[in-house]
Structures are given as C-alpha cells and as structure tokens.
Design a protein around this ligand. Structure first.
Ligand SMILES: [Zn+2]
Length: 313
C-alpha cells in the first residue's frame, strides 16, 4: 500500500460529515472516533502583519509580544488563526457547492436549514460547523474538531517588529474619518507597529476524527487565508506563505516550542525532510511529507464529490 493509501485508510469516512436529523432539524453528527491528524508547518509573513488582540493607546496600535525561550517574540494567537481559516474554509466550501451548478444559499437552506453565517448565525450542521464547531443559542452546539495552538515568531522583536525606536519606526495610516481638506495632524493619522516580511511562525493544528475532506479542505483553506490576510487591517496586510512540513496521523511528539528551538538552530527543515519527527498513534502513525502532502491536498475534489453525493442521497 502506498503511503497515501495507508494514510487515507486511517481516516474517518467522509459520510460521517453528513448531518443527522434531530427534532426535524439538521445537526452535525456527534459520532467521533478517537483518531487525530496533526498538521505542522511554518508560516512566513510576506507583507506587514499586525497581530493585535488588545486595545492600543490613543492613536497607537501595538503588536502582541511576549518573552519566551530567552527572546522577545511577536505572538500570533490561535483564536486569530482559527477565525480567518474558518472563514476561508467556508468560502472554499461555498465555491465547491456553486461549482455543482447551484447557488449556495438555496443549497444551504435545504441541506442545513439556513445560510450559516460566521460567527453569529451558524447552522451547526454543515461541513464547516462540523470541523470548527458552533453554537446556536438555545438550540444546540457542536464541538470544534480543529485544535489550534498559539504561535510565536522565530525571530526576536528587535529584528522582526517595526516599532518606535527601530530603524523603520512605526507605520503611519490615515484615520478613517480624515478630512483631506485639513492639514495633517495627530487627529488625522494613526501609528502602528507591525511584524516585518520574512518573519517566521511555526504552527501545529490537530484535527480530531479527521476525514479526507477535513484534511484536504484545511490545507486549501490555509492557502486562501494566506492571501486574504490575518491580523489587523488585513485587507492590505497580514499575507503569508505557508509551508506544510508534515501531515500525520496521531499526536505530535513535539510542540511549537520545539519547532522554535529547531528553527533557531537551523535544524527545523532537516528534521522534517529526513522524516525524523515522531507522532504517537496506537495504530502506528502514517506521516506524509513534501510531495505526499501536495498529493493529499489534491484529493479535495474527490472527497467533496463523495460528500456532495452522500448529502444528496
Ligand atoms: Zn454551518
């Protein structure tokens, strides 16, 4: 059996994503296996990036930072990763539905009872809600099967953040309400710190009870999210390049902190390229690297076709 087939044989059938009927409405199935898939990789910033999860002061915005492993690092919290990737996953899903020749709104209403809007109007039935979880006030909830971890810049903020006192200084933007007829003053602009292009963030995401559609869909969603942008002012900022280093069944025997240490030591790529990283799976972990990851992400359409067919049965 090829490595790809061995990997696929350990996944949950795509049909498990079909919602069941509970009190005349559709709800994602709670039938969960104990299996997991781990996806590890490294995200490289390719534009200015503003990871911001707190209020700034006055007209200034500061990048999230913390001291960790003897460096001051920019912090990219998991909630922000998940939020953008969930939206990208939904847009991918809707496009796949439309490719079948029908408007997604009508299709969602028939199959999942409503449009499913993130974050306040979730249907808790669709493929997206099944993977990322959802809560419908007073009616029910599904748990998130996607597990995210906070991540941190490999580089020290002295090298990777443009801020007051750094060579670049802070970024300057216009206030939304700027009156262009008036001369520029502190009321008409704002200052922001940003993480510079080239900064690296290792990441690990775990998907529980994973189907092929979850895994291939997640990889595609991350690529969409990279172009959409993460963080503040993401229309123009926060674009990334993501390199997937491993997609494996089982839990990782390493953490984001290990990946930071390896990246600093220059051994990160080597560990993955040489298949030296380990995963724990009671059934024996099957790990995919390099081209194999490309191949599994290429199975998206097949997996979606299977899901679509099962939904229409
Ligand atoms: Zn939904």
């Amino acid at each position: 059996m090829s490595q790809i087939d061995a990997f696929k044989s350990q996944l949950t059938p795509v049909a498990s994503l079909i919602p069941r009927i509970d009190k005349k409405r559709h709800v994602a199935q709670p039938c969960y296996t104990r299996r997991v898939v781990t996806i590890a990789g490294i995200k490289t910033v390719k534009t200015r990036f503003l990871p911001v999860s707190h209020e700034g002061q006055g007209i200034e915005t500061y990048v999230d930072k913390l001291e960790l492993l003897e460096r001051n690092r920019a912090e990219f919290i998991s909630r922000k990763l998940k939020g953008i990737e969930r939206r990208a996953h939904m847009s991918l899903f809707r496009e796949l539905v439309e490719q079948k020749g029908q408007g997604w709104q009508d299709y969602f209403k028939v199959k999942f009872d409503k449009d499913c809007t993130i974050p306040d109007g979730l249907c808790i039935a669709c493929w997206n809600c099944s993977l990322f979880g959802g809560l419908e006030a007073g009616k029910g909830a599904t748990f998130s099967r996607a597990r995210y971890f906070d991540t941190y810049s490999v580089e020290d903020i002295g090298d990777c953040v443009a801020m007051e006192g750094s060579e670049e200084g802070m970024g300057i933007g216009n206030q939304v309400y700027e009156d262009v007829n008036k001369s520029r003053g502190s009321e008409t602009y704002h200052l922001y710190e940003y993480v510079k292009a080239g900064t690296r963030f290792p990441f690990i995401t775990i998907i529980e009870s994973p189907t092929l559609l979850d895994v291939a869909g997640y990889i595609h969603a991350v690529r969409r999210a990279d172009e959409h942008g993460y963080g503040k002012y993401s229309a123009n900022h926060g674009k990334f390049d993501t390199e997937f280093l491993a997609v494996a069944t089982g839990y990782p025997r390493f953490s984001v902190l290990d990946m930071l240490k390896w990246a600093e030591a220059g051994t990160l790529k080597g560990f993955f390229d040489n298949r030296a990283v380990k995963f724990d799976d009671l059934n024996g972990s099957i790990a995919l690297f390099g081209k194999e990851i490309e191949e599994i992400s290429g199975r998206l359409q097949d997996a979606f076709d299977e899901y679509y067919e099962a939904l229409n049965r």
